[in-house]
Design a binder for this molecule. Structure first.
Ligand code: KG4
Ligand code: ZN
Length: 342
């Protein structure tokens, strides 16, 4: 693909973050604004769809304005608008897609609908515009481990925009397992960051939690692990013992990291890839990052910390590669709440 200079405005509203960003050439982040709704949803212990879409409506125009201002640009300076089309909550996706339509209509520039999962993978290409030496881009063929709140899958990429799903979770996504286990052991939503924090003072070997292997496939499973934690919690509660929250968090986290790392490395060897990408909300996890970064078999690309969880720079990045491929969507573009990547 011929990668020419271009600036893309990205918009993301698939779940509980309203975000906008300007990215140059698919990699250099000129601005990134994320209005999070975490506090609004925390009292429900998860995302409340109706509340989410209403909040997106309240904030989206201010967020877009702020992203353009931070990039010192007007709408006339961007080459295309990329927006998350799915997967995600229908009522939330519609807000971003409609805002994007309004913008391209006024300027007559391309509208590009982006798959949120593709966005997460593209976040591994991002770096801050003020970085003195841009990090090397991932090389093809590459293996992408996508670990978020809604998805956990392994994709083989032979080139830009080419995804072949090798396997995925058969039950809970890794982030979902973090969120559910956090609730089980009394830690606040979102579970990933809470478990990471509690695990820092715990013993990862205190409990021997199972690692699902699903040999002969590239699939994952986390529901057995979640049930194992539940069983220990029930046993301890029966005897009125205080929950060793830190040890439970550390042992659970170690089991998730071990399962993800072992299978990804096996696939990387099998498919003889040139690099490994780890992306999605769970790639913010310190233990997971350290485990991948401490091996030397494959170059590993993990997004900058604040670009692991939902953001719009990743959507602008994916939008750039589609723009370079000449893709463009019509103005009657509809959202796809269950859109698979491959
Ligand atoms: O990618 P993301 O922001 O949203 C989805 O597309 O799902 O991922 C959110 C998920 C949540 O389940 C959250 O608990 C998890 O990512 N997460 C983490 C960490 N930070 C966020 N999981 C483990 N460790 C973290 N530090
Ligand atoms: Zn996401």
């Amino acid at each position: 693909m011929d990668l020419k200079p271009a600036r893309i405005l990205g918009i993301e509203s698939s779940c509980d973050e309203t975000a906008a960003s300007v990215v140059e050439n698919g990699r250099s982040i000129l601005s990134s604004v994320v209005a999070t709704q975490i506090e609004l949803h925390a009292k429900y212990g998860g995302v409340f769809p109706e509340v989410a879409s209403r909040q997106h409506i309240r904030t989206i125009y201010a967020v877009i304005d702020e992203a353009l201002q931070q990039a010192h640009m007007g709408l006339t300076d961007v080459d295309a608008v990329a927006v998350t089309r799915g997967p995600g909550l229908a009522g939330s996706l519609v807000v971003g897609v409609n805002a994007a339509k309004g913008l391209v209509l006024g300027r007559n520039i391309p509208l590009i609908g982006i798959n949120h999962l593709e966005g997460h993978i593209c976040s591994a290409w991002l770096y801050h515009a003020d970085t003195s030496r841009p990090p090397e881009a991932p090389k093809f063929p590459l293996l992408a481990l996508l670990v978020s709140g809604g998805h956990t899958e392994l994709n083989l990429m032979t080139d830009y925009l080419q995804y072949r799903r090798l396997g995925a979770t058969l039950d809970d996504a890794a982030g979902e397992a973090f969120d559910k286990v956090a609730r089980l052991i009394g830690l606040p939503y979102p579970g990933g960051p809470s478990i990471q924090k509690a695990a820092a003072d715990g013993d990862p070997e205190a409990f021997k939690f199972p690692r699902s292997r699903l040999d002969g496939t590239w699939n994952f499973s986390f529901s057995g692990l979640k049930t194992a934690v539940l069983r220990v919690v029930r046993e301890l509660e029966k005897t009125n013992r205080i929950l060793p929250v830190n040890d439970l968090a550390a042992s659970f986290q170690a089991a998730v990291v071990d399962s993800l790392f072992t299978k990804t490395m096996k696939a990387a060897r099998e498919f003889e890839v040139k690099s490994v990408v780890v992306a999605g909300g769970v790639s913010a996890n310190r233990a997971l990052r350290d485990t991948f970064l401490h091996q030397s078999e494959f170059p590993v690309h993990i997004p900058p910390l604040s670009f692991c969880t939902d953001n719009a720079a990743m959507i602008a990045s994916a939008g750039y590669f589609h723009y370079m491929a000449g893709h463009k969507d019509p103005l009657d573009l509809d959202v796809l709440p269950n859109w698979p990547l491959s």
